[in-house]
Design a protein around this ligand. Structure first.
Ligand SMILES: Cc1ncc(COP(=O)(O)O)c(C=O)c1O
Length: 369
C-alpha cells in the first residue's frame, strides 16, 4: 500500500525501524529496563546535539506543548517576570502558558511573519529589572519564520537574563547552536525533525541553571521540571510514561546520531530548496522573503481561485497531506513542511500532484523550466 506522505509540520513520516521499535515488547516503567531505556535516550539526546558537558535532558510524556508548559512554568522565580517575544501562534502560546501559571510577563509582539524588533527587546530589558528571563520560539511554525536566535540570545546574555527557546519545530531541522545563542533551556519533541513518534517530548536544560530551577516553588505537580529532572537523574520516573513512544525515540536518536544533526539539517535544507524551486516554477508565492524562511516549512499564498479545503482533499486523495494556514492566515495561505523520513522522489511526486491540482494560470504568469 502506498503510504500517506505527511507534509504537515509533525507528526512526521518515520522509518520502518522507528515504527517497528514500538513493538519491542511490554514493559513496566518501574523495571530496570525502562530506567536503562530512559537514561539511554537522555544520553543520546546529549550526544546527538553535542551538549554532553553543559546540558541535562528532561523527558516528559506528552506532546511538545507539555514540555513547553513544563519549561515555562518552571523557569521564572517568584516576584520575577518573563519577557516573551511573540510573532505567531507559538509565541502567543508561551505567553498564555505564563498567564495560566500566574507568571508576570511582558509580551513584545510583532505582526505574524515579521521578525522581532531587537531595539525594543533591548529597551524592555533595560526598563524592567524584574525580568529574569527571555522566551522566544526559534522556528515560528505559523509562518515558517526563523527568529534571530543568536541576536536575541546575545541581548539576553548582555542584560544578565536567562534564555528559554521553543525549538520544537527546529531542533535537527535548522541550525541551533546552544552556546553561540547562549540558550539556557531548549524545548523539543520526538515527532518533528527528530523523526520519532508522538507521545514524548523533552527539555534540554543548562546544568549551571539547575540550582536556580530547583529553588523555584512548584506551579504544577506533573509538569514540574526540577522534580522530573531529579527523578530521572536517579533512574526513576515520576508517573507512567508513554513507554512505546520512548522505544521509538530511542530508535530515532540512533538514526539521528548516524545521520548527524548537521547532516539532517542539510537534508532538510535541500528538501526545502527542491520544493521552493518547484513552487516558484508553478507561480506560487511564499508568504515570507527567502532570507527569513526556515528549512522546515514553507508558507505559501493561496493562489487566486483556489480553496484550501479543495486543494487539501484532492492532494490527500493522491497520498499527500498539506497543512492549513492558522488564524487570520487560514483563508490566505497554506503550509508545506518538508521534515520526516521522506524521499526526494516523493517530494517530486508531490510537486507534480500539486501542479495538476492547482487552478490553471493565465498563460503569461511565468514559465516552467
Ligand atoms: C514551534 C512550536 N511550538 C509548539 C508546538 C506544539 O507542539 P504539540 O502540537 O506537539 O503540542 C508546535 C507544533 O507544531 C510548534 O511548531
Amino acid at each position: 500500500m502506498k503510504r500517506m506522505v505527511l507534509l504537515n509540520p509533525g507528526p512526521v513520516n518515520v522509518s520502518d525501524k522507528v515504527a517497528r521499535a514500538q513493538l519491542r515488547g511490554d514493559l513496566c516503567h518501574r523495571e530496570e529496563e525502562f530506567a536503562r531505556l530512559a537514561s539511554g535516550i537522555r544520553r543520546k539526546l546529549k550526544r546527538a546535539f553535542a551538549i554532553e558537558d553543559s546540558f541535562s535532558p528532561v523527558l516528559i510524556s506528552g506532546s511538545g506543548t507539555a514540555a513547553l508548559e513544563m519549561a515555562v512554568g518552571s523557569f521564572v522565580s517568584p516576584e520575577k517576570s518573563l519577557l516573551v517575544i511573540s510573532n505567531g501562534v507559538y509565541g502567543e502560546r508561551i505567553a498564555r502558558i505564563a498567564e495560566v501559571h500566574g507568571i508576570p510577563r511582558t509580551v513584545l509582539e510583532t505582526p505574524w511573519g515579521t521578525p522581532p524588533d531587537l531595539d525594543a527587546i533591548e529597551r524592555a530589558l533595560e526598563a524592567d529589572p524584574r525580568i529574569e528571563a527571555v522566551a522566544m520560539v526559534h522556528h515560528e511554525t505559523t509562518t515558517g519564520l526563523l527568529n534571530p536566535l543568536n541576536e536575541v540570545g546575545a541581548l539576553a546574555r548582555r542584560a544578565g537574563k536567562k534564555f528559554l527557546v521553543d525549538a520544537i519545530s527546529s531542533l535537527a531541522g535548522d541550525t541551533f547552536d546552544f552556546d553561540a545563542a547562549g540558550v539556557d533551556l531548549a524545548v523539543g519533541t520526538a515527532n518533528k525533525c527528530v523523526q520519532g513518534l508522538p507521545g514524548v517530548s523533552f527539555a534540554l536544560v543548562r546544568k549551571d541553571d539547575l540550582p536556580r530551577l530547583e529553588a523555584i516553588p512548584a506551579r504544577s505537580l506533573y509538569l514540574n521540571l526540577a522534580a522530573q529532572h531529579r527523578a530521572q537523574e536517579a533512574g526513576q520516573t515520576l508517573f507512567t510514561p508513554a513507554v512505546q513512544a520512548h522505544y521509538a525515540l530511542d530508535a530515532a536518536l540512533d538514526e539521528l546520531i548516524e545521520e548527524t544533526v548537521a547532516g539532517r539539517v542539510e537534508r532538510t535544507r535541500r528538501a526545502a530548496r527542491l520544493l521552493r524551486e518547484g513552487f516558484a516554477a508553478m507561480g506560487l508565492h511564499p508568504l515570507l522573503p527567502e532570507k527569513w524562511q526556515s528549512n522546515v516549512l514553507t508558507a505559501l499564498q493561496l493562489p487566486e481561485g483556489a480553496a484550501y479545503a479543495d486543494l487539501h482533499d484532492r492532494l490527500k486523495a493522491r497520498g499527500f497531506v498539506i497543512y492549513a494556514g492558522q488564524g487570520n492566515l487560514e483563508s490566505r495561505a497554506f503550509r508545506v513542511a518538508n521534515i520526516g523520513d521522506i524521499r526526494q522522489d516523493e517530494f517530486k511526486e508531490f510537486l507534480a500532484a500539486l501542479e495538476e491540482t492547482l487552478p490553471s494560470r493565465p498563460a503569461n504568469a511565468g514559465s516552467r523550466p
